[in-house]
Design a protein around this ligand. Structure first.
Ligand code: ADP
Length: 377
């Protein structure tokens, strides 16, 4: 999706990919085969580029810092990336700035960890949430512990996972996400906060503006901007928030284009991908105003039947206004394969059409999430 935005601006995009058939290679002007886990591969990429940026945060911060020292322009830089790479660091930066986060503690997973976990549970109650501080995404790296007796197995399984983040289980009234685009000089624009629905730690739908009171959405939008400034983000940054008992809490950040911002491709004057490129290239940022009263974006996952998506596409495209984005990945049960966005005048209509098209693509109905009226699996 960044490649499409690059092409419209007449930019050429060089992709560092592990395999020539990785989805991004199809839209890249040039491909460097390699891995971000090897400094020499990153150097080979740097030789071909004016600016290096990222579409995930599985990044070695030492290598990023080294590339900068060698003269490469890397945006965001290692400091901003650190917030996204390490949840423990992110929490401590936010706490130091006085921003609201769930009650938490970071523990080393060692001989004293069971006692630390029991003490945290005694103070903040059970169940609690346990997260790896690094390497998690889409709910991988997040567990709920019902009681202390369940802890030993989890701690053993995570013996090599590094420090752990223990958190109170926040009673969620809603989840929101804010996308911010920020230039190297700190100039920034923010898209309005959106409501997200997560099932099993994975984002299923994004509703714009969502169902929350506008005062909450506005406060969330402002908080997102504060977090991006604090991180010193360059490019786009996603800030994921909890709405709980009348309070906003910062849950998670990502310093890259994000699933919760895919709606901006058709739904906003400027997409997150275009503004990411503008920001990392230090170009004027585009307007973030929504183009429609309502936008719904629903993620498409591989279903148990594993039908090839091409055969299902005609049914999905029959839904009025359905913008189908398929990421060119092979279908596997549970794998995120794409998304569908629908824009329009009525919240229920756009949501129903987006879900209709996603289900037509074989995406399963996630348990616990209410489908719009009239939509059947
Ligand atoms: P990831 O980095 O894998 O996306 P997150 O920390 O964002 O992990 O957690 C994924 C989802 O798990 C959240 O969107 C939320 O639905 C749920 N979750 C995470 N932490 C908590 C918490 N402390 N209380 C309640 N739910 C949580």
């Amino acid at each position: 999706m960044a490649g499409e935005a690059a092409s419209a601006l007449g930019l050429s995009m060089v992709v560092l990919a592990e395999h020539p058939d990785d989805a991004a290679c199809a839209v890249a002007s040039e491909v460097v085969i390699g891995t971000p886990r090897k400094l020499d591969d990153l150097r080979a990429l740097a030789e071909r580029c004016q600016v290096i940026t990222f579409d995930h945060e599985q990044v070695n911060l030492d290598y990023v810092a080294q590339l900068s020292r060698e003269g490469a322009i890397v945006r965001p830089g290692a400091d901003a990336l650190h917030m996204a790479v390490d949840k423990g660091h992110m929490r401590s930066v936010l706490v130091e700035a006085g921003l609201p986060v769930p009650a938490h503690v970071v523990i080393e997973n060692g001989p004293a960890s069971f006692d630390a976990l029991r003490a945290f549970g005694a103070e903040h109650g059970w169940p609690m949430v346990v997260k790896t501080t690094q390497g998690g995404y889409d709910g991988k790296g997040v567990w709920q512990l019902g009681e202390a007796s369940e802890a030993a197995d989890l701690l053993e399984a995570l013996a090599q996972a590094g420090p752990l983040l223990l958190e109170e289980l926040v009673p969620l009234d809603a989840e929101l996400a804010v996308m911010v685009a920020r230039r190297p000089n700190g100039e920034r624009v923010t898209w309005p906060a959106v409501e997200t629905a997560q099932v099993g730690g994975v984002c299923r739908e994004v509703l714009v503006p969502g169902r929350l009171d506008p005062s909450v959405t506005e406060a969330a939008t402002a908080l997102g901007g504060q977090v991006a400034d604090l991180a010193g983000a360059v490019g786009v940054m996603a800030v994921e928030l909890f709405w709980s008992k009348g309070q906003l809490l910062v849950n998670e950040v990502a310093t890259r284009p994000h699933n919760s911002g895919h709606w901006t491709i058709e739904g906003a004057v400027t997409s997150q991908f275009e503004n990411h490129l503008r920001a990392v290239l230090d170009l004027p940022l585009g307007l973030t105003v929504p183009q429609y009263p309502h936008v719904a974006s629903v993620n498409v996952f591989g279903g148990p039947a594993g039908h090839p998506l091409e055969s299902l596409l005609p049914r999905a495209l029959a839904f009025d206004g359905a913008h189908v984005h398929l990421y060119g990945k092979e279908t596997r049960p549970g794998r995120k394969l794409g998304h569908v966005t629908v824009c329009g005048a009525e919240a229920e209509t756009v949501r129903a059409r987006a879900w209709g098209a996603a289900l037509a693509l074989g995406s399963p109905h996630p348990p616990g999430l209410d489908l719009p009226d009239g939509v059947t699996t």
